[in-house]
Design a protein around this ligand. Sequence first.
Ligand code: ADP
Ligand code: MG
Length: 263
Amino acid sequence: MDTAATVQVSGMTHVYVSDAQANPALENIGLTIRPGEFVSLLGPSGCGKTTLLSIIAGLIRPTRGQVLINGREIVSPTSRVGYMLQQDYLFPWRTIYGNAVIGLELLGRLNKETGAYVDHLLEEMGLAAFRDYRPAQLSGGMRQRVALVRTLAAKPELLLLDEPFSALDYQTKLQLEDLVVQTLRSRGKTALLVTHDITEAIAMSDRIILLEPHPGRIRREIAVPEHIRRTLPVEAREKPGFHELFHEIWQEFERMGGKEAET
Ligand code: ADP
Ligand code: MG
């Protein structure tokens, strides 16, 4: 099993400042993620999910607060953290293999051994036959699988996933949810998924952190029941208690909508 990260976010506040105004995006966020845990950040658009992920990835310096990964502060991007986005950002002129190894290349770590690991990942994701194809020859779901291989290639301790399924059709999205959970679980990776999709959050994660907007704050934490957690996302949707939990979170969303209407 690979190394997994403990993530500690404390006193995290972020204000976007421009000439005309200050936009408080996050206010006093604190959270801890255990090694191997899969946590979802769930909330409506604009509640600061992407901002929080960008800070954890070291892409934005927060106004206040800090992020520790295995006790070390994150102040700039690092290969210890893998980041997967809604868009796959594959280079059209490179082959699938060429795209999958690009992170390793940039780190100066592409060699026989790491290259073979990438081929192993491509095989595991059902992409071995497409190794020498170009991205344009692949479907959206396959391209996201390539993006997943690229993210895993440098063996990050933590995976950050920012709505990686939201541009896919429903069936492809469900298949990829299963594949991601299976892949991360078998390696014991720590993962933080951003989504506005309640069903996806319940089906994929061990724990859900519900954020509210304006400014982004933690509203509630929800532990997903053990019997739902144990199964893969597609099957999880059929488990007793799933719909009740969906309904409970849905109502919380409705109340947040009310909060927004007041302001
Ligand atoms: P989410 O991912 O939950 O939709 P974001 O983190 O993208 O939320 O945005 C949180 C808030 O910060 C929103 O009000 C958004 O308009 C604002 N925001 C995001 N990025 C910037 C930026 N680069 N400059 C100014 N404001 C921003
Ligand atoms: Mg976002």
